[in-house]
Design a protein around this ligand. Structure first.
Ligand code: ZN
Ligand code: ZN
Length: 265
């Protein structure tokens, strides 16, 4: 079983209205042993939603809750950083400044556009998926201040609505390069069950990518639901655990003070 959810949002994120304590109460009711808050921080992007995190206020509140719930549930403090090439130095400084347990590196904006919105697909058409993976590779080759790569194939959550079909084999050249880069840099991919919550048949990424990561020698994965509300917490985690076991994994990683602690699946 999976007793930690390591990708969660609260109302410190511009796209969630959930007070952090509600997430904690939900986790307790589900019998989880721990959760890691990973609120959004996408710096220097143009969006209707404010994705910049008030980091000092966030750190203070999570640390207050951590104390309040000590002995009941383990509360970890993470962040979901929007990685972009031109802000690499800024991100490194930020990560060095605050005592995060986990830093998720995510690609939310490509060419200034979030694939959540139509414009990204209008701009890139049939090349939308390849563009996303190529930019991901370019960024992780240059920006290293993260622990786990969030929802590696985030873009496929939204492509179907634009008539695109996804298959790993079509992009295996660039996805394999991403996986090899993660392994050589000592980073982990995240298994994000938010894809399942959004109607995909698999988490982000799915079985073929997880298997390939294993085949290439990958050992650490993190697991998160990407829940923006309590209802999404731990979403279909049993299925994710089974998928990982079928791909040859016996453990998943929970980052504490930026170091993975391994728990049995
Ligand atoms: Zn994300
Ligand atoms: Zn997220």
């Amino acid at each position: 079983m999976i007793y930690y959810d390591c990708h969660l949002h609260s109302n410190f994120s511009g796209d969630s209205d959930t007070p952090p304590e509600e997430q904690i109460k939900k986790a307790l009711s589900m019998g989880l042993h721990g959760i890691c808050f990973t609120d959004h921080h996408d710096y220097d992007v143009v969006s209707d939603i404010d994705f910049e995190l008030d980091i000092p206020a966030y750190m203070e509140e999570i640390s207050r809750l951590k104390e309040l719930y000590e002995g009941k549930i383990e509360i970890l403090t993470g962040i979901e950083l929007g990685i972009q090439l031109h802000i690499g130095d800024y991100l490194k400084k930020l990560v060095d400044t605050y005592p995060f347990d986990l830093v998720i590196g995510s690609m939310h904006f490509i060419d200034g556009l979030d694939p959540y919105y139509d414009q990204y697909f209008t701009l890139h058409g049939k090349n939308a998926y390849r563009r996303f993976f190529e930019k991901t590779l370019e960024r992780i080759e240059n920006v290293k201040c993260y622990d786990t790569l969030g929802h590696l194939d985030y873009v496929i959550r939204y492509g179907a609505a634009h008539g695109l079909t996804y298959s790993y084999s079509e992009y295996s050249d660039v996805i394999d390069a991403i996986l090899k880069r993660l392994i050589s840099d000592g980073k982990a991919p995240e298994i994000n069950s938010g894809g399942l919550a959004r109607g995909l048949s698999q988490p982000n990424p799915g079985k073929e990518v997880i298997l390939r990561y294993r085949e290439l020698g990958g050992e650490v994965v993190t697991i998160g639901s990407d829940a923006h509300t309590p209802a999404e917490m731990g979403f279909r985690f049993e299925e994710c655990a089974e998928l990982l076991r079928n791909c040859g994994f016996e453990y998943y990683g929970v980052y504490k003070k930026r170091i993975p602690v391994m728990y049995r699946l």
